[in-house]
Design a protein around this ligand. Structure first.
Ligand code: 5GP
Length: 210
């Protein structure tokens, strides 16, 4: 039998308001081999966010201690707050046979390139700047000043698109979710994700008649 046990990181980045969180939650709901990496952050919880589910909410001294101790695969200052990915969590889930999906900004995604853990990077973008602005306004979580700031940042983030393997345009949610799942499936079927497929194919002694 041909064996396949190489799990990988699925790195999602998108401008704020790009619909990344919704897509990510749908992808997790529709698959059974993808775990979510809960990041550490020094920002305050928003709305119904819960500690350890949406983020590990920690103060800056604790974050910096963890960073110093090498607990993070990557970390970055985003909108003036620290965010970081726990290396032990990721390794644990990969060893348990799961892919790990991560929601990280373009700086963090760039840092991932230097690890030896396999990954695929996906950038999600709304169809246009006007639609992004509309979505941020409808989300009703930020002031107009904050929205303008996020739009400016979005333009600089878009300049990183060519460092990603795939670009998903989030026009229709269902299509975007299906695209991300297709990307994962395609990556799983890359020839280098199989362990010695010829030996596996030639392996005899298995009885498939029953
Ligand atoms: P929010 O505070 O709105 O949840 O996230 C703000 C930004 O931080 C988003 O672009 C999100 O992708 C990014 N982010 C969340 N977790 C991490 C992380 O662990 N590392 C990095 N580099 N960015 C993160």
């Amino acid at each position: 039998m041909i064996e396949h046990n190489k799990q990988f990181l699925i790195i999602l980045s998108a401008p704020s308001g790009g619909g990344k969180t919704t897509i990510l939650n749908e992808v997790r709901r529709m698959t059974d081999n993808i775990d979510y990496s809960v990041s550490y952050t020094t920002r305050q919880p928003r709305g119904t966010e819960e500690n350890k589910i949406h983020y590990h909410f920690v103060d800056e001294p604790e974050f910096l201690l963890r960073k110093e101790a090498g607990d993070f695969l990557e970390s970055a200052l985003v909108f003036g707050k620290w965010y970081g990915t726990s290396i032990s969590f990721i390794k644990g889930r990969l060893e348990a046979g799961k892919h790990v999906i991560m929601d990280i900004d373009v700086q963090g995604a760039a840092l991932i390139s230097s690890t030896d853990i396999p990954y695929v990077k996906v950038f999600i973008v709304p169809p246009s700047m006007d639609i992004l602005k509309d979505r941020l306004i409808k989300r009703d979580t930020d002031s107009m000043e904050e929205i303008e700031k996020r739009l400016k940042i979005a333009i600089t983030e878009l300049e990183h698109i060519d460092r990603y393997d795939y670009l998903v345009i989030n026009d229709d949610l269902e299509t975007a979710v299906r695209d991300v799942i297709s990307i994962v499936r395609a990556e799983e079927n890359r020839t280098d994700k199989y362990i010695n497929p010829i030996a596996g194919f030639l392996c005899t002694g298995e009885n498939h008649d029953q």
